[in-house]
Design a protein around this ligand. Structure first.
Ligand code: UTP
Length: 319
């Protein structure tokens, strides 16, 4: 059976992006001029998804409004004969048929996915986290669907994670079975780095068989007393093979401040109207004589390391 349905969980509180997310969904933060969630919706469509469910919560109305028609704005643009912007606005609302389901409380990603059980029924489906953007010619979700079509089993996208970030991810223990593909032996949510089973972590893209729903229920609450998707995946892997696939592409966690900045820079450098000006500006910042960080930035050092080095050099000179 092919994968035609997808869930985009977007009901989280986005506490890492406060205060902006106090009254604005983090999924609506723009990368240049396009909200993060639009990139996610486009990835789903470009992967062959025809039926999309967005999980929303309190304070997320802006997402529904964004993908809806906007008669006043359209009339205004039509009157001004601004056809370019009019088409842009109309394109967004005609992207795909989207359904919305509320998660009453943000009780975790597993719980958010459970809300869509009735709508999904007994079919395989994809999950795309509403704040992860992946840049690649072939969309990450389409890569997972390829694996699903080969093996007929749930497949989760993974990538290598730096040691100091292991405790932010679901980390897998896997047995390599083909190029970039592992069979899952275990998965642990947010392990302490020294207890992590590997340095390979699950990112925000998945394809599941429908049995995952019962497995999430069976697993119950986990880390932070939230219903964790990771625990459901572990239960599923005990009764069915689950695969982990090292996807091709560059991923940005836009729910994290640094990830958001990186996405903005990379997308600006991909934008033909902005690229030259942004490059010129970045060049100026990096080569400015005013900044003591210049040389060290070029050497790839982090600013805080640079600062420590400057402080220790100053100390040596003074003493
Ligand atoms: P995150 O853990 O990154 O989202 O969940 P968060 O909880 O909003 O982030 P912080 O840590 O407070 O900043 C990944 C995705 O799962 C959704 C989020 O909206 C995000 O897209 N999610 C998370 C839900 O839909 N419901 C939840 O209960 C938790």
């Amino acid at each position: 059976m092919s994968v035609k349905k997808a869930i985009i969980p977007a009901a989280g509180l986005g506490t890492r992006f406060l205060p902006a997310t106090k009254s604005m969904p983090k999924e609506m933060l723009p990368i240049i001029d396009t909200p993060v969630i639009q990139y996610v919706v486009e990835e789903a469509i470009n992967s062959g998804i025809e039926d999309l469910i967005i999980i929303t919560g309190r304070g997320k109305k802006a997402i529904e409004d964004y993908f809806d028609d906007s008669p006043e704005l359209e009339m205004h643009l039509a009157n001004k004969k601004n056809t370019e912007m009019l088409n842009l606005v109309r394109d967004v609302s005609s992207l795909v048929d989207i359904h919305y389901i509320r998660q009453k409380e943000p009780n975790g990603l597993g719980d958010a996915i459970l809300r869509a059980k009735k709508h999904i029924g007994n079919e395989p489906f994809a999950v795309l986290l509403g704040d992860d953007i992946i840049m690649n010619g072939k969309p990450c979700t389409a890569q997972l669907i390829d694996q699903f079509e080969k093996y007929g089993r749930s497949t989760i996208a993974v990538e290598e994670v730096p040691y100091d970030k292991l405790s932010s991810y679901g980390i897998i223990k896997g047995k390599p079975v083909a190029d970039s593909l592992y069979v899952l032996e275990d998965i642990v949510e947010k392990p302490a780095p020294e207890k992590a089973p590997s340095n390979i972590g699950a990112i925000g893209r998945y394809v599941f068989t429908p049995e995952i729903f019962d497995c999430i229920k069976e697993a119950g609450p986990g880390v932070g007393n939230e219903i964790q998707l990771t625990d459901g995946i572990r239960v599923l892997s005990k009764t069915q093979k689950v695969y982990a696939y090292e996807f091709k592409g560059k991923r940005f966690d836009t729910g994290d401040k640094l990830g958001y900045i990186k996405a903005t820079i990379d997308f600006a450098l991909e934008n033909k109207d902005l690229k030259d000006d942004v490059l010129e500006y970045l060049g100026k910042v990096l080569s400015s004589e005013d900044t003591p960080f210049r040389k060290m930035l070029f050497e790839g050092m982090k600013q805080k390391d640079a600062l420590t080095k400057i402080e220790s050099e100053t100390f040596e000179v003074e003493n």
